[in-house]
Design a binder for this molecule. Structure first.
Ligand code: NAI
Length: 281
């Protein structure tokens, strides 16, 4: 495997492109608009520069890593990829459309993976004619820092493809955990109900944003509170995951109306400047 294409240059796609380039791969970083790719690239550059300042990386190596990443606004560039890691928005229609196009564009050997947080790998795979080569590769946020990658097998994923992705995750400095295909996998099946409950606690007027986060930080030793974490993930993404859990697992996962309201208002959290906290002030 030489070339990895990352689709979506948002907070996850950018981070994945960075760790793939750091592991020595040629990376094609794709998004629908050049300005989005540029934004992703500038965040990668900022992260690497910080590592240089901290003495964890030297300047020439930073240039080599950046030189491995090329920009793309056309899915046709996937013709050059040995592996695609899709990190576009958390929406089944969008992902199914991307995968059905990739299936036509990519060479036969190309593995198609998705960084989805919750959507069924088996259903995404069904939009292609190569379901044995489709797999979930679920990185955590922020990608360069977090060690875990959940690897999710779809119904038809081959052992060979699983093994390749497991080895790649290790090469990227990550610790893979194998999970079967189910709504939210392990991470978000456990995490999102806690975040949703924190939002209900706020919605019902039980405590302030700061009080809820302080209880979980100081009382449970969580590094950040659930509402700050929701802002970091992106409230649009949290709502999409919660809807997948609700649909797949039942009423106890019903998204809080306050979460819906914030998303309708365009309050997506840190990435939009406003969520449970205000990042503009
Ligand atoms: P984001 O909103 O930061 O970035 C998404 C990017 O995808 C945007 O730049 C958008 O322009 C682009 N995009 C949308 N449609 C596209 C298309 N058809 N082709 C190419 N690019 C397209 O979202 P984020 O947070 O990076 O999430 C991306 C994926 O990663 C989602 O599936 C999400 O569930 C998953 N994920 C998110 C985590 C988080 O903490 N935010 C953690 C783990 C997985």
């Amino acid at each position: 495997m030489k070339t990895i294409m990352v689709i979506g240059s948002g907070q996850m796609g950018g981070g994945i492109a960075q760790v793939a380039a750091q592991a020595g791969y040629s990376v094609i970083l794709n998004d629908i608009k050049e300005e989005f790719v540029n934004r992703g690239l500038s965040i990668i550059e900022k992260n690497l520069r910080r590592n240089v300042e901290k003495g964890k990386l030297n300047g020439p190596d930073m240039e080599i890593i950046l030189g491995r990443i090329t920009k793309s606004v056309s899915l046709q560039d996937a013709a050059l990829a040995d592996l695609v890691i899709e990190a576009a928005v958390e929406n089944m229609k969008v992902k199914a459309q991307i995968f059905s196009q990739l299936d036509v564009i990519c060479p036969e050997h190309t593995i198609l993976s998705t960084n989805t947080s919750s959507l069924p790998i088996t259903e995404i795979a069904a939009s292609t004619k190569r379901p044995e080569k489709v797999i979930g590769m679920h990185f955590m946020n922020p990608v360069p820092v977090m060690k875990l990658v959940e690897i999710i097998r779809g119904l038809a994923t081959s052992d060979e493809v699983y093994k390749t992705i497991e080895e790649l995750s290790l090469e990227m400095g990550k610790i893979p955990v194998e999970v079967n295909d189910a709504p939210g996998f392990i991470s978000n099946r456990v995490l999102i109900p806690m975040i949703n409950e924190a939002i209900y606690t706020l919605y019902e007027g039980i405590a302030t944003v700061e009080a809820i986060d302080n209880v979980m930080k100081l009382g449970m030793n969580h590094p950040m509170g659930p509402l700050a974490l929701a802002d970091l993930i992106g409230l649009d993404t949290v709502l999409s995951i919660c809807e997948v859990l609700h649909e797949g697992l039942g009423d106890k996962y019903r998204p809080c109306p306050l979460l819906r309201k914030y998303v309708k208002a365009g309050w997506y959290g840190k990435k939009s400047g406003r969520g449970f906290y205000n990042y503009n002030s």
